[in-house]
Design a protein around this ligand. Structure first.
Ligand code: NAD
Length: 498
């Protein structure tokens, strides 16, 4: 559907696409970066590198829109998202084609990611009903209630791996709660959100309520530092999440910065081999492993050769491509080099490469291809067992006992997801009580909570002073509580302490 070289991306400020504010950015470097399709490594267009001047324009537009937007009823605001949801359905094919093109997902993965984005919109549509607050007569004639007040201009800095879904984690709840937003898409996948903001406008969203500023760290930092920005959410690598959280803390700004992940799954000897192998292969290779909830380490309790054999045969059956059941490329050359380096290092340290995705790199002439890779480790110190890779690689390690599996998982510095495969409720309970992760699964490959349950990890997978980014976590993050104490009936000599 797309020809190569789309029009270059523009920022979206005050309801229209605009060129960069100044002709040369403050960094003095190039103003546009090429955007490439991971399928063939060819340029599809260019993304602008915004400076503090562009950020100032976007924040000013969001600030100007805030009084009227926050003054509307929550039902009114949610009603616009209802129309937006219908437009997403109408344009789901186009949105998912854009995700395929710029991100490299398969068509069915892209469709699911758009549909998951719609689930987030649906939750925000329900907020008039579910975000109600408390009211209580606390003593005779005295009633307390609290109400939720929006923060003002909020910022969302998002990663490359889900170009529609992750921006909708924050955007949907933030605006229904009455905030206005400046969002910085990933410079690797800037096109899809340009369609999303057009659909928001078509749904009736007033100009300035949602703005897009494209670019890299310079734009992100200018957004964080801007005095009119009240709160910042981020999702990306732990290294950057930590830097952003610290920067916000210094400025006393509300921040939730989600980081990377290393998710461990345990297979007990009584697990269902067919289900476990199917789930794990789909989950570690799905979206080419570029999911913060992908299971990347399998700990088998004892030798489970039958399970490993099934994992190997199902992984080997996957073919490269963009169709159903196939697997797409990874995002760019840097990611491909990184994944290859980790596999090479594991091999050198004595691990057995049971399925070798590096053959795809050799076979495919163009694009960033590495196939599903299954590695059997014997050295517990191998980096692949501990560090985030963000690629289609499953590392398997045999442990002797449930206690050893838990100790291994608990020692991991991240804490996004963890899972157990078993046929025993008691075994499942043992692990769920002990996993050191925010999102846990029983017989589920990738335990992503669905609305109304909130999304968020622990430890190095989350920085900042709030817990979860979606669901009621998002409502809490994107609002302040105003507590009101009232007395309408005169009580003679009674005071509020009566
Ligand atoms: P990234 O950290 O490289 O970039 C994320 C965003 O931050 C981008 O918009 C980027 O332009 C910006 N950025 C990069 N460097 C910056 C800096 N020094 N200062 C300010 N902003 C900066 O992450 P990525 O490669 O786009 O995404 C992959 C990572 O995201 C993985 O680690 C994955 O686990 C993580 N992720 C986590 C979650 C979660 O919920 N925990 C969700 C999605 C992705």
């Amino acid at each position: 559907m797309f020809t190569q070289d789309l029009p270059r991306v523009q920022n979206w400020i005050n309801g229209q696409f605009v060129e960069l504010a100044v002709s040369s950015p403050s960094s003095g470097t190039t103003q546009y970066l090429p955007v490439t399709s991971p399928y063939n490594a060819k340029s599809i267009g260019h993304v602008p590198l915004s400076s503090a001047a562009d950020v100032a324009d976007a924040v000013a537009a969001a600030k100007k829109a805030f009084p009227a937007w926050s003054g509307r009823t929550i039902k009114d605001r949610a009603g616009i998202l209802t129309r937006f949801h219908a437009l997403m359905t109408k344009h789901a094919d186009l949105l998912s084609d854009m995700v395929v093109l710029e991100h490299g997902k398969t068509k069915s993965e892209a469709m699911v990611s758009v549909s998951r984005g719609q689930d987030l919109v649906e939750y925000a549509m329900s907020l008039p009903h579910v975000s109600q607050t408390k009211i209580l007569e606390v003593s005779r004639g005295i009633t307390c209630y609290d109400s939720r007040v929006p923060l003002g201009v909020v910022v969302s800095i998002v990663p490359f791996n889900f170009p529609v879904m992750v921006p909708l984690w924050t955007l949907s709840v933030a605006i229904v709660m009455g905030n206005t937003m400046v969002l910085k898409p990933s410079e690797k996948v800037p096109y899809t959100m340009t369609k999303v903001v057009e659909l928001l406008k078509e749904a009736g969203l007033p100009d300035g309520v949602v703005n897009l500023v494209n670019g890299t760290a310079e734009a992100a930092n200018a957004l964080i530092d801007h005095p009119d920005v009240k709160a910042v959410t981020f999702a990306g690598t732990s290294h950057v999440a930590e830097i952003i959280a610290q920067r916000c803390h210094r400025l006393n700004k509300r921040v939730l910065a989600l980081g990377g992940a290393k998710n461990h799954t345990v297979s007990a000897p009584d697990c269902d081999i067919e289900m476990t192998s199917t789930d794990l292969v789909e989950s570690f290779s799905g979206c080419s492993g570029e999911s913060c909830m992908a299971p990347s380490v399998l700990l088998t309790i004892g030798c489970q050769q039958d399970l490993i054999d099934k994992i190997v045969s199902k992984s080997e059956a996957i073919r490269p491509g963009s169709l159903d059941g196939q697997m797409g490329p990874v995002i760019d050359q840097a990611a491909l080099d990184n994944i290859t380096r980790y596999i090479n290092e594991a091999e050198v340290s004595g691990a057995r490469i049971l399925v070798d995705g590096r053959r795809w790199t050799k076979e495919r002439q163009e694009g960033y291809w590495v196939g599903p890779t299954v590695i059997l480790h014997t050295n517990k110190q191998d980096a692949l067992l501990h560090e985030e890779l963000f690629g289609p690689v499953l590392s398997i390690l045999e442990v002797e006992t449930a206690e050893e599996a838990i100790a291994f998982e608990n020692a991991n510095p991240y804490g996004n997801g963890a899972g157990i495969y078993t046929s025993s409720g008691a075994t499942a309970d043992f692990f769920i009580k002990r996993f050191n992760a925010g999102m846990c699964g029983i017989n589920v490959g990738s335990p992503v909570p669905q609305e109304p349950f909130s999304f968020g990890g622990w430890n190095k997978s989350r920085y900042g002073n709030h817990c979860d980014i979606t669901g009621d976590g998002g409502v809490e993050f994107f609002s302040m509580r105003k507590k009101v104490t009232t007395k309408w009936v005169p009580q003679g000599n009674a005071s509020w302490m009566s």
